[in-house]
Ligand binder design. Sequence first.
Ligand SMILES: Nc1ncnc2c1ncn2[C@@H]1O[C@H](COP(=O)(O)OP(=O)(O)OP(=O)(O)O)[C@@H](O)[C@H]1O
Ligand SMILES: Nc1nc(=O)c2ncn([C@H]3C[C@H](O)[C@@H](CO)O3)c2[nH]1
Length: 255
Amino acid sequence: MSRGARQPRVHTAPDKDKPSRILRVSLEGNIAVGKSTFAKLLNAATKDWDVALEPVSKWQSVDTSQETVSNLLDIMYRDPQRWSYTFQTFSCMSRMRTQLQPPATHLLGSGGQPVQVFERSVYSDRYIFALTLFEMGCINATEWAVYQNWHSFLLEQFAQRLELEGIIYLKAPPQMCLERLQRRGRDEEKDVKLDYLEKLHVQHENWLVNKSTELHFEQLKRVPVLELDATVDFEKDKEVKNNLISQVRNFFSTL
Ligand SMILES: Nc1ncnc2c1ncn2[C@@H]1O[C@H](COP(=O)(O)OP(=O)(O)OP(=O)(O)O)[C@@H](O)[C@H]1O
Ligand SMILES: Nc1nc(=O)c2ncn([C@H]3C[C@H](O)[C@@H](CO)O3)c2[nH]1
């Protein structure tokens, strides 16, 4: 077709038998900001959305096929210099597994716009946690180089299978996250300090708001981000919950 030629407008009837493209979105935010709580709300909102929660229990009991050998979350918090790199290898592998899983079968014939939502991602593993732990000196220069080397390699190998169409960023002040964390009372987190949550908060802001984090994946630089105010009580207040869900629905419709 020659340049400038007027294109006919083609209207095609939606093909009811053709499944919609499945969108893949991650839910990001500081520790205890309310991701799991919000993820469960999303999961219950419509059968078009399926949520994969972070596999915390797998980190709490690392096992061989015969026995449980340790609680990696616990030892990472107790001795971060020794265990942070090991933790990031395990957390990133588990995130990769989750993101590579085929969609739940009920999504395939859902009728609406199907969406897979992942609580955190292979990207937050690197650009939030591993980077912060490196900056804090809990991951040394050699470990950081090794981590980045295999992370880039694996993400390039799996390329489109890991890519996201959108990111939801749940945001609340670090002090509020600390209060929620303390109220939740997860044993391994009892020594988590405000200072750590402040560092993670800045890291989220740099990546998702200021866009100043150096990213190594072209597609990731263009992924749209929906920022949601997580200071509101979406656990108990129905109106607040519905408002957030409708923001999510609108966001998905733009992807
Ligand atoms: N909007 C909210 N208002 C008040 N409390 C909340 C809200 N969201 C979550 N909480 C409470 O805060 C605590 C932490 O929530 P949740 O476990 O969902 O956080 P998370 O972001 O998934 O944490 P993590 O980063 O550890 O995975 C829970 O006790 C939960 O009941
Ligand atoms: N070091 C480190 N790296 C990660 O990739 C990571 N992802 C989650 N977490 C911690 C936060 C909560 O305590 C708990 C549940 O989110 O696990 C992480 N810690």
